[in-house]
Design a protein around this ligand. Structure first.
Ligand code: SOE
Length: 387
């Protein structure tokens, strides 16, 4: 018997559009899901570009008006991969039309927007996912399991960093990710939000924090993204950078743990350095996205003389999601984090099982981002105000 189709309508088509489309296309191959994702339609304002994206990614049709996509009765899930400024309006319209929603991170521009999104989803009885894909790396899921089993005991520290270098060149243009009115914040919301999600997933909720933010290059030529993390500049005109290039913050967690966070797009040589170390009373864990199949584990209980970090290659059938792919030792990559997340979400739509991170997580994440901005401005410790 053929499975029910889960018809996807995507809004936007750049880097994340490609990553999500790829994941949807491969899900049926690797996962035994109760539904079959179908790439039904994609929306974008530029007709030629959206037509091309539809053809490349495999969507059956396209729209040049996202409202039209949301109105269509042959769509079950709306996937929002647009710049941040559009998330709230699109997500609220989608849930009001009875569609489930997947939304890229950070969930919104402000806490107010995020709260309205969460409430609209709840009021319309649909499911809403925020796309923090890294918590779905098998090694990160395994880290979570070890922590929940108490292998580390009480958690004392997390130090997490997300280091990139793709905007270091002063001639790199003022793309949307560098314009406050379109993106909300800079490194903070773009990549800081990811390590915060990992910290919330693995350690718990942040209570209060102290922060500082820096903008190193204050003026840039105008320009737009041209694919991946590449951009085209118009050197005849320049504009002011009004978001952070880098952010650092110290945090207390509600459970007493201490966090040290750094997010920057000015760390030369770090193309996508998303890393954390967690220290507990009985051991430590280390993870690095650029070596994402491995989890480094240190356990205090190991025999003296034999202690040290061991490398667990999280590709054994016992590791979360690993049995979906290849035999042990045959590694997976970045794209599989999206597949694991979407597989969990789509299954949850059918059987009602929980799927995190949802819009509640998006709101909580946004509340911490807000506290970081407040603390950087006030130069004081700020309490996170959860709503
Ligand atoms: C650019 O910094 C970016 O594409 C982020 O927007 C993504 O969320 C991150 O996963 C990779 O880097």
């Amino acid at each position: 018997m053929s499975k029910r189709a889960l018809r996807i309508g995507m809004i936007g088509y750049q880097f994340m559009g490609k990553a999500h489309s790829h994941a949807f296309r491969d899900l049926d191959f690797f996962f035994d899901l109760p539904v079959t994702p179908v790439l039904q339609a994609i929306a974008g304002r530029n007709e030629e570009a959206v037509r091309q994206a539809a053809a490349q990614y495999g969507f059956a049709s396209f729209e040049t008006d996202w409202r039209r996509l949301i109105e269509r009765d042959d769509i079950d899930v709306i996937d929002i991969v647009t710049p941040n400024v559009a998330h709230a309006e699109m997500a609220i319209a989608a849930v009001q039309a009875g569609k489930h929603v997947i939304c890229e991170k950070p969930l919104a521009m402000t806490v107010d927007e995020a709260v309205r999104m969460r409430e609209a989803a709840a009021a319309n009885g649909v499911r809403a996912l925020v796309c923090h894909n890294y918590r779905y790396a098998p090694a990160v899921q395994y880290a979570k399991r070890l922590i929940e089993e108490g292998r580390l005991g009480r958690i004392y520290h997390i130090r997490a960093e997300y280091l990139q270098d793709w905007i270091m060149d002063p001639n790199f243009p003022l793309v949307w990710r560098l314009r406050k009115e379109v993106t909300g914040s800079g490194a903070l919301g773009d990549i800081g939000a990811h390590i915060l999600d990992l910290a919330r997933f693995l350690v718990g909720e942040v209570r209060d924090l102290a922060a500082t933010m820096e903008t190193f290059i204050k003026e840039r030529p105008l320009g737009e993204m041209s694919g991946g993390l590449e951009a085209k500049a118009d050197h005849s005109r320049t504009g002011e950078v009004d978001v952070d290039d880098a952010v650092a913050f110290l945090a207390h967690f509600e459970n007493g743990a201490l966090g040290v966070f750094e997010a920057t797009r000015f760390a030369a040589g770090n193309r996508n350095g998303n890393r954390f170390e967690i220290n507990g009373e009985r051991g430590s864990l280390r993870w690095d996205l650029e070596n994402m199949n491995n989890l480094q584990v240190y356990l205090e209980d190991d025999e003296r003389g034999m202690q040290g970090f061991r490398t667990i290659n999280c590709t054994e059938p016992v590791h979360p999601f690993a049995d979906r792919y290849w035999p042990a030792g045959h590694i997976i990559g970045y794209e599989h984090t999206f597949m694991n997340l979407f597989a969990t979400f789509f299954r949850s739509l059918e059987d009602g099982s929980p799927c995190k991170p949802d819009f509640e997580d998006g709101v909580r994440n946004q509340c911490v981002l807000d506290a970081v901005e407040r603390a950087a401005a006030s130069k004081q410790w700020e309490t996170v105000i959860y709503r």
